[in-house]
Design a protein around this ligand. Structure first.
Ligand code: HEC
Ligand code: HEC
Length: 219
């Protein structure tokens, strides 16, 4: 699987190169072994205390609140940490999260990220929609549009992968669709190497909606 990810990442980078000359820096985060270690060593007990301030929106177990805030439980810790840093530096914009993230030290962000990663991920909810097209995109991608299958990065179970690749399984479909649309129109631009903007930019709104439903129901 590692080789597949490399292959597609290189392909995407090749596509991106002509654009990158003028591209802005997506994030202040650069993944070094030291930074990964720093996040990994975050203090979950301290994170648990700090997380009381997040509960009103994200739920007391990080399970999320439908149509208000996404689930954080079970998320890859280094992904969560990066998002908090990106909100704090305005590289990812959201009025509510900017206020929250700017209050956090790097240590607090690491502690929170580790705490949420220890909680059980959100449960998949059933969908009655016909999602064959989404299932195909997740498993096979689309060679015609040079779209890699989602699973090579997001994992065979939608569980996320090392560094900054988030878990998607069980996440609220409304949130997934909203954030995919934001990548598509460039409003969300904190993905390093434009990995998600290049993909979302080629998906139709109908495909985005189906993929969002598919991952919410993923098990
Ligand atoms: C007032 C409500 C509110 C509070 C309080 C709040 N959040 Fe959020 N959070 C949101 C909303 C809304 C979003 C989705 C924003 C977007 O679309 O970018 C979000 C998104 C996030 C994300 C990105 C999730 C992802 O999958 O990319 C993280 C991480 C996060 N919040 C962490 C926290 C932490 C940690 C705290 C407590 C220190 C907190 N939030 C407090 C409303 C809140
Ligand atoms: C080349 C690797 C790669 C592939 C392939 C890929 N993604 Fe991603 N995806 C990422 C990365 C990296 C991020 C996080 C970027 C950031 O920091 O914002 C991400 C973020 C996301 C998010 C935001 C999650 C959240 O909690 O905010 C969604 C939704 C998503 N991807 C859906 C998809 C779907 C659907 C596909 C297939 C059509 C796909 N991705 C294919 C690498 C990939």
């Amino acid at each position: 699987m590692g080789i597949l990810v490399m292959k597609y990442t290189l392909l995407l980078l090749a596509l991106l190169t002509p654009l990158s000359i003028h591209a802005e820096v997506a994030s202040d985060i650069a993944w070094t072994p030291e930074l990964l270690k720093f996040v990994k060593n975050g203090n979950a007990n301290n994170g648990k205390k700090l997380a009381e301030t997040c509960a009103s929106c994200h739920g007391d177990q990080g399970q999320g609140t439908p149509s208000l805030a996404p689930a954080l439980a079970g998320q890859v810790a280094s992904y969560t940490y990066k998002q908090l840093m990106d909100y704090a530096s305005d590289q990812r914009s959201d009025a509510m999260m900017a206020v929250e993230a700017k209050k956090l030290s790097e240590q607090a962000a690491a502690d929170l990220a580790v705490w949420f990663s220890t909680l059980p991920p959100p449960k998949a909810s059933k969908s009655n929609a016909k999602l064959t097209r989404a299932a195909k995109m997740v498993a096979d991608g689309d060679g015609k549009r040079i779209l890699p299958p989602c699973f090579v990065c997001h994992g065979a179970k939608g569980q996320g992968e090392k560094m900054d690749i988030p878990a998607l399984a069980g996440q609220q479909a409304d949130y997934l669709a909203k954030t995919l649309l934001a990548y598509k129109n460039g409003e969300r631009h904190n993905d390093i190497y434009s990995r998600m903007r290049l993909i979302a930019g080629q998906l139709s709104e109908a495909e985005i909606k189906e993929l969002a439903e598919y991952y919410q129901a993923y098990q």
